[in-house]
Design a protein around this ligand. Structure first.
Ligand code: ADP
Length: 332
């Protein structure tokens, strides 16, 4: 069984990425052959800073390695280092129905926020299909927001197979964590770097506190004396991921009784998040001090990925009837 997943080079991992997907990446390495990709071609479908892209890509590699991706067991590489991703994506655009792409929730959300919508944003899930199917991976550990894209990917595999492949591409299945969708500190939208509502896993105690302090809690709790409802509070939801169960119960009880104010509750959460990520921060600092080591890991990862990708593309070209570039000046 082969596993593939990708993440955009947004600099550092945030709590949403970590709880929603990357924790599973780390765990799956024990059982499966895993391929993890920093998807820089996906990142350029929205406005981005060209001068910062390389650094963000590097920093994401540091975050992933620090979080527990083990380059001895898994392949870690950068998408734009393996040309076959865009090549297969083009092939897949020819079997993907336009209407299905237009119906993708993420496309509709992101398109709404743009004055002019680039075709790349529409084709984002096609590139994703190419990412996974290039390695003929059967499992894709992602967050809940990606399930619709995996469904589309299965359709792409099915349609290509029906025309050319007879079972050549597997129909990949998502692997979800129990965390589901992590809501951002605004208490409303999905936690996402582009919305600025995140906590980064490499942030120090002061930064974590700065982010948590203004985080939205139960909107009905206007003053310190109002009893709160933990069920509608995102800070309480985060406690469930980072605090021991006794603390979670204590938080709920003290919130309901107005024995704690929101700041008291946030202070405990900040301490627990800091503790959970402390070893990851330490490993990240060591990697940042040895950039050559990180570059070597990515170089090696790209080489391994390229050789798998080349095999798939050569099969794809042959099955689709392209004239071979090797040797033959004229068709046989
Ligand atoms: P972002 O949305 O911050 O740009 P990516 O699109 O690169 O992050 O997502 C990387 C992985 O993290 C994907 O598998 C995605 O499903 C998961 N993920 C991102 N944000 C969240 C969230 N708020 N809750 C759960 N999973 C998430």
């Amino acid at each position: 069984m082969r596993v593939f997943s990708g993440i955009q080079p947004s600099g550092e991992l945030h709590v949403g990425n970590y709880l929603g997907a990357v924790r599973n990446w780390v765990a799956l390495q024990d059982q499966y052959q895993c391929i993890f990709c920093i998807v820089d071609y996906h990142a350029i479908t929205q406005e981005y800073e060209a001068t910062a892209l390389a650094e963000r890509t590097f920093d994401m590699a540091v975050s992933l390695l620090a979080a527990g991706i083990d380059p001895q067991r898994s392949v870690l590489f950068v998408q734009s280092h393996v040309a076959e991703h865009t090549e297969l994506a083009w092939v897949f655009t020819t079997v993907t129905p336009l209407g299905e792409l237009e119906r993708m929730t993420q496309f509709k959300d992101k398109a709404q926020r743009q004055v002019s919508v680039p075709a790349g944003l529409l084709n984002y899930p096609v590139l994703q299909a190419a990412d996974v199917l290039l390695y003929r991976a059967q499992r894709v550990p992602v967050g809940e927001d990606q399930v619709q894209h995996i469904e589309l990917m299965r359709g792409v595999a099915r349609k290509w197979n029906a025309r050319y492949g007879d079972g050549f591409f597997p129909e990949p299945e998502p692997v979800l964590t129990p965390a589901g969708r992590i809501v951002g500190l605004d208490g409303q939208a999905k936690m996402s770097k582009s919305l600025g509502n995140t906590i980064g896993i490499l942030e120090g105690p002061e930064q974590i506190w700065e982010r948590l302090r203004p985080a939205v809690t139960d909107p009905a709790r206007v003053t310190r004396k109002d009893p709160g409802n933990p069920e509608v509070c995102n800070v309480y939801a985060l406690h469930q991921h980072f605090s021991p169960s006794a603390t979670v119960e204590e938080v709920a009880a003290k919130c309901r009784a107005a024995a704690w104010g929101c700041l008291d509750c946030k202070r405990v959460l900040a301490a627990n998040i800091t503790r959970e990520f402390a070893p990851i921060r330490e490993r990240a600092a060591a990697l940042q001090a040895a950039p050559e080591q990180v570059r070597e890991i990515l170089h090696d990862g790209a080489q391994r990925a390229r050789s798998l990708a080349a095999e798939t593309m050569s099969e794809v070209r042959e099955r689709m009837g392209f004239l071979s570039a090797e040797g033959a000046a004229r068709p046989r």
